[in-house]
Ligand binder design. Structure first.
Ligand code: HEC
Length: 123
């Protein structure tokens, strides 16, 4: 299934990179080695289950927290072991409307990963 925003993200990238990027591919390339192919965590010690993010944040998927964790903005001591994805976020910027309705310029890779992980909730 292709959700609309993800589809637009792929279209926007089509002229810039060799192969279109999807959230699932990004996850597989950059995250699965630690968080597991099914996002349930534990592929390396201490990597949390990413399918329970919504459950653990009052039933609401914490989009801003997730994006900030990936790009490093939200890193405190608690996020020490996870790499900061500088290369990953060096993709074209699109406007992403955050959960409060604020349009925010955001790297496409983060938008796609976020959509992918939103779809993985329910664990
Ligand atoms: C080298 C292993 C490693 C890789 C690769 C990795 N992570 Fe992590 N991640 C961790 C660890 C360990 C933690 C928990 C400790 C911490 O917060 O650093 C974590 C924490 C997180 C959290 C916070 C989870 C929570 O329950 O609060 C999110 C969200 C997350 N990672 C997403 C990702 C995404 C998305 C990717 C791919 C772009 C990724 N991680 C790649 C090891 C990794």
């Amino acid at each position: 299934m292709i959700r609309r925003a993800g589809f637009l993200g792929v279209l926007a990238l089509a002229g810039c990179v060799d192969a279109p990027m999807t959230g699932a591919q990004l996850y597989g390339d950059y995250c699965a080695s630690c968080h597991g192919p099914d996002a349930r965590g534990g592929a390396v010690a201490g990597a949390p289950d990413l399918t329970t993010l919504a459950k653990r944040h009052g039933g609401r998927y914490p989009a801003v927290y997730v994006m900030s964790t990936i790009d490093g903005y939200a890193r405190a001591e608690t996020h020490g072991p996870m790499p900061i994805f500088g290369d990953l976020i060096d993709t074209p910027v699109e406007t992403w409307v955050d959960p409060d309705g604020t349009p925010t310029p955001t790297p496409v890779s983060l938008i796609l990963l976020n959509e992918y992980l939103t779809g993985q909730q329910g664990g």
